[in-house]
Design a protein around this ligand. Structure first.
Ligand code: MD6
Ligand code: FE
Length: 211
């Protein structure tokens, strides 16, 4: 790669799809991110967390940064330590922090200070049910979400669960930034259907200010 090449494609368009909801298409080269994810997973392995009713999520998850999002039979919480090892989550690579802040700034959020990075891994058929991200203390801070690998269909809803969902393809390198009046929108990811010849797995990094 050209060592002079900018890290982020900051010239490219940032489209506001709804008030406070921004799509940065092909914002980042994901190969270095995937290498970092693999390293993180040697310390904090991907696991299918338990949700209510004894079920497990089809999406496998890990975390890096000071706080990690966890789910168990007793509910959702942010924790400093990995419940599997009792050790702190791996630290957030500086390149992750730089990416999250550059994306937030491109969407007009200049003081994003993420302290949590949830790492999702989708194999064929894995899906994320429609939900709101509301476990964070400061809902004034946006969320930055980075798509890596196989294309997924994101479902964007409104502020009430009953509102209709709009389908949005998320490709490798796409970044979503949402905050302000969109911060509590319902959303989900449809069951992954990798296309022939393409990557068979999707990863997603979700950066948040948890505490
Ligand atoms: C995913 N993302 O893209 C799951 N949440 O795999 C999310 O649940 C999400 O992309 C809040 C904000 C952006 C997101
Ligand atoms: Fe979410």
């Amino acid at each position: 790669m050209d060592p002079q090449a900018p890290l982020f494609d900051t010239d490219q368009t940032c489209v506001e799809l709804a008030e406070g909801f921004f799509m940065l298409s092909a914002f980042i080269d994901t190969a270095p991110l995937l290498a970092q994810i693999e390293l993180i997973a040697t310390e904090a392995m991907f696991r299918h967390m338990q949700v209510g009713g004894g079920k497990h999520m089809s999406v496998a998850m890990s975390n890096c940064g000071p706080w990690g999002w966890t789910s168990s039979s007793s509910g959702y919480q942010y924790s400093h330590t990995d419940p599997l090892t009792q050790r702190p989550w791996p630290s957030m690579p500086p390149s992750f922090m730089a990416l999250a802040q550059a994306a937030a700034a491109a969407a007009g959020f200049d003081d994003f200070e993420p302290d949590a990075c949830l790492i999702n891994r989708y194999a064929r058929g894995a899906a994320l049910g429609v939900h709101q991200d509301r476990d964070e203390r400061d809902l004034g801070q946006p969320i930055v979400s980075v798509s890596i690998g196989a294309t997924a269909t994101f479902q964007l809803g409104g502020l009430k669960r009953s509102e209709s969902l709009r389908s949005l393809p998320l490709h490798d390198g796409d970044v979503l930034v949402w905050g302000g009046p969109s911060r509590l929108r319902f959303h989900g990811v449809k069951a992954l259907k990798p296309t022939a010849g393409g990557p068979d797995t999707r990863h997603n990094l979700t950066f948040r200010k948890a505490k």
